[in-house]
Ligand binder design. Structure first.
Ligand code: SF4
Length: 170
């Protein structure tokens, strides 16, 4: 019975989360211009409840990686991700953030998922604003289904803790 109640409560919480994503824009390169246009009135990201960027990772649950990530930036990106509130989600915005793009050289990281888990990848150089909105809708579905990377990790950690307690009680 308790499990049923907590599952329903979690569903309600996730319904709220999917319509109130607070993004932390990690903008490093030219995709930033496209990111700004998504927030402008023509595309109106406010319809999805995701219009407010937060410039503190502690107040954000959606990390938008916008642009090329260099090997030197990797540790900073990981630190920001670690500081964000749980559960959290990540979108790789554009081909550079997703795969390194055409920078096949020593300094560019071949995708942000080398250092943190990415939930949705947006192709394109730069992606069209419509693609970004599509990605947001995909992410919202993922949030509601509870299968974002951090949601699955939290679930795994909870199971491990329950098992450890059960072993202790025996
Ligand atoms: S995907 Fe294209 S537009 Fe975006 S950061 Fe890379 S080179 Fe610039």
């Amino acid at each position: 019975m308790l499990e049923l109640v907590t599952t329903k409560l979690e569903d309600v919480a996730n319904w709220g989360r999917k319509f109130s994503l607070f993004s932390y824009p990690f903008v490093t390169a030219c995709c930033g211009m496209e990111f700004m246009s998504v927030a402008a009135p023509k595309y109106d990201i406010a319809r999805f409840g995701a219009e407010f960027p937060r410039f503190s990772p502690r107040q954000s649950d959606l990390l938008m990686i916008v642009g090329t990530i260099t090997e030197k930036q990797g540790p900073a990106l990981k630190r920001i991700y670690d500081q964000m509130t749980e559960p959290k989600w990540v979108i790789a915005f554009g081909v550079c953030a997703s795969t390194g793009g055409f920078y096949q050289n020593y300094h560019a990281m071949p995708g942000a998922d080398q250092v943190i888990p990415v939930d949705v990848y947006i192709p394109g150089c730069p992606p069209r604003p419509e693609q970004v909105l599509d990605a947001l809708i995909l992410l919202q579905d993922r949030v509601a289904r509870k299968d974002g990377h951090s949601q699955l990790r939290l679930k795994r950690e909870k199971i491990v803790l329950q098992q450890a307690r059960a072993i202790e009680d025996d």
